[in-house]
Ligand binder design. Structure first.
Ligand SMILES: Nc1nc2c(ncn2[C@@H]2O[C@H](COP(=O)(O)OP(=O)(O)O)[C@@H](O)[C@H]2O)c(=O)[nH]1
Ligand SMILES: [Mg+2]
Length: 270
């Protein structure tokens, strides 16, 4: 099954073009359906950088979406996932701090959609390349979140993730929900795994978040997600009539129907 890579980008000129090139080099063509870059109303040369690559014709399946106004990273991810044609999504930050070479490994750890396997593979930046204050703030935020949500996640904010499209689209949507994906996937009964990934320093441009703002919004969201987790029930279905059809059932029925058609055609001919 091939993957749609969704990259949210806000003012990432100097980063986004290189990241797209790296993505096409890192993910084998037979595993890559498309790359969708969602531009959150950038005011720099981000659109020009992407459109130049599209116009070159060298990147099969490269798509560009632009929001009418700045709407935030979660909205950008959702726009990209809604537009995606593949049932499997990979996301990365648009600043190049995530390494697309990690995508094939994350894909290998993902379960097949609809199976019991992991529906979300979340990157884990074991060796972060951010500034000291950002690393400290992130460690504190992860500790508080884990104490409240008990989602056992070492790095919820890591931008590189691979997951099933339909599960993501069924999650409750709110601004900043991309920071709570492991807890949300678990709340809806899905398995989540964490895979160590490479982290790189930002090459161009500036961070869009500051620690104080992220902490205040994070605490507010944490109250909401904690409430949601406590008030959500997803009971497993233990009995169903008629039994749900498996892919093998459908294939067997199609085969019988085709054979039936064949007989009719033959008798009509005779
Ligand atoms: N679409 C969108 N993307 C954003 C927004 N803020 C940040 N991003 C993207 O989210 C990613 C992470 O943001 P960044 O500023 O690098 O955060 P940091 O790595 O935590 O400092 C980058 O790809 C940004 O371009 C936003 O408001 N809208
Ligand atoms: Mg960054």
């Amino acid at each position: 099954m091939r993957v749609t890579v969704v990259i949210p980008a806000l003012n990432e000129a100097g980063n986004i073009g290189r990241l797209i090139e790296e993505t096409y080099a890192a993910v084998p063509a037979q595993r890559l359906a498309e790359v969708i870059v969602v531009d959150d109303a950038s005011t720099d040369a981000t659109p020009a950088e992407i459109k130049t690559l599209i116009a070159s014709g060298k990147f099969r399946g490269l798509r560009y979406l632009r929001h009418a106004q700045r709407s935030g990273q979660s909205c950008a991810l959702r726009s990209g996932v809604l537009a995606a044609t593949s049932p499997i999504i990979a996301t990365m930050d648009g600043d190049g701090q995530n390494d697309p070479k990690d995508i094939p490994r994350l894909l290998d750890a993902l379960g097949t959609p609809g199976s019991e396997g992991p529906a979300l593979v979340n990157g884990w930046r074991k060796d972060r390349k951010d500034t000291g204050s950002k690393r400290w703030a992130s460690r504190a935020a992860n500790w508080i979140r884990d104490a409240v949500l008990k989602d056992d996640c070492p790095d919820t904010g890591c931008g590189i993730k691979v997951y099933w499209r339909d599960v993501f689209l069924r999650l409750p949507f709110f601004t900043s929900m991309h920071r709570y994906m492991p807890a949300l996937f678990q709340t809806y009964g899905h398995k989540v795994v964490y895979v160590p990934v490479n982290d790189r320093p930002r090459q161009a441009g500036v961070s869009k978040y500051n620690n104080l703002n992220r902490a205040l919004v994070g605490l507010y969201d944490l109250v909401g997600v904690s409430w949601l987790r406590k008030r959500t029930k997803v009971p497993p279905i233990v009995e169903q009539h008629p039994e749900p059809q498996t892919v093998a059932d459908i294939a067997a029925r199609l085969k019988t129907a085709n054979e039936g058609d064949g007989t009719r055609t033959a008798s009509e001919k005779s």
